[in-house]
Design a protein around this ligand. Structure first.
Ligand code: FES
Length: 355
């Protein structure tokens, strides 16, 4: 028999079918919950159950400690309600997902550094100690562990992983002290200080609508994280990334996007080049110029745009001309020396729920 799940403090109710886990029921109803392994091993989906009973199934102690259990937490990727109703501490008063409280100066080791394009390096960083929990699309501030290099903002390019590894794409900015340090001096094995997560470029996960993403330069990073998270959780509606670069050599992550295209028939990666002719299947010209030909009617879509402020403004204007609904357009612009945008405190998760 189907059970009810009530989300507090919003009071929204959803049904949970006999064979569904709580996570599956939430996602089926359009509510997002952080998750990763979906097998009771990583702890990412840990949630406080306010009332009702549930069968937790087999989960790892490191993902859900005795202390967690005693405090009423459960792993929703494995939990199945056994009482008629289960009440969860979920989201805000209007049922939006909560954000994780930022941490400051968390030490991460550079486990890999590689050139992705002439002016872009990819950093793979792993935390010493606890993982940094975040939503795909958010960013962190990265600086040196001594005060010599100021923190600068970089978006995660991957959805959360059980080992806590984050992937950053760092463009070289002329005169930019921190990006010059990262490109020219930072080495594998070095330790950096990471603060975050920050930002609300996570979209509206309750929207069941196809997705168009418009990215320029290292604006591809948050778009990759959002796509990674959506495809991994089984989002089945069309997802298209339109990526703008000046030259073919500046298009990176071709391997990952090719994998996604083969693995997920609903995913498409479109490249447009602005300073040289595109290869087979590629476009030429700026996104605002080619968008009407690709997506003349964007009203049914959610649109994500990330890149420089000028790029974002031009793409947003073009999307609206193509009939995108303003409330379904989500933007992330990289402003040089931007301060972290702290989310509204109302959306912050309680520290006890973060682990
Ligand atoms: S998603 Fe990993 S424990 Fe639930």
């Amino acid at each position: 028999m189907a059970k009810f799940i009530r989300l507090q403090p919003s009071g929204k109710e959803i049904t949970c079918a006999e064979d569904q886990t709580v996570l599956e029921a939430l996602e089926h109803a359009g509510y997002a919950l952080p998750n990763n392994c979906r097998a009771g091993a990583c702890g990412e989906c840990k949630t406080r159950v306010l009332s009702g009973t549930f069968d937790q199934g087999f989960v790892m102690d490191m993902a859900l400690s005795r202390k967690d259990r005693a405090a009423g937490y459960g792993l929703m990727c494995m939990a199945k309600p056994t009482s008629a109703a289960l009440e969860l501490d979920y989201g805000t008063a209007d049922a939006q997902p909560k954000l994780f409280p930022p941490r400051t100066g968390v030490p991460f080791v550079v486990v890999d550094k590689m050139a992705r394009a002439p002016e872009v390096v990819e950093l793979r960083l792993r935390p010493l100690g606890g993982r940094l929990r975040y939503w795909p699309g958010q960013h962190v501030m990265v600086g040196s562990t001594d005060p010599a290099h100021a923190e600068r903002q970089y978006s995660m390019a991957n959805a959360p992983r059980p080992d806590g590894e984050i992937v950053l794409l760092v463009g070289r900015h002329r005169g930019g002290e921190t990006s010059t340090w990262i490109h020219d001096a930072l080495a594998e094995g070095d330790v950096v200080a990471v603060s975050g997560p920050y930002g609300t470029f996570i979209g509206d996960v309750s929207l069941e609508a196809p997705v168009v993403c418009l990215a320029g330069g290292t604006g591809l990073a948050p778009i990759l994280a959002l796509t990674d998270g959506a495809l991994r959780r089984g989002f089945s509606l069309p997802v298209t990334i339109v990526y703008s670069a000046r030259r073919s050599a500046e298009v990176y992550e071709r391997g990952l996007t090719a994998y996604w295209q083969r693995r997920y028939p609903n995913f498409h990666f479109v490249v447009t080049l602005t300073r040289e002719a595109g290869g087979s299947g590629e476009y030429g010209g700026r996104i605002p110029d080619i968008l009407p030909g690709l997506f003349p009617h964007l009203a049914p879509y959610q649109v994500f745009i990330a890149g420089s402020p000028g790029f974002v403004a031009a793409c947003e204007a073009a999307a609206l001309v193509c009939h995108a609904l303003p409330e379904r357009v989500f933007t992330e612009a990289y402003v040089p020396r931007a301060q972290p945008a702290l989310p509204a405190s109302e959306r912050l998760m309680e520290p006890s729920a973060v682990g």
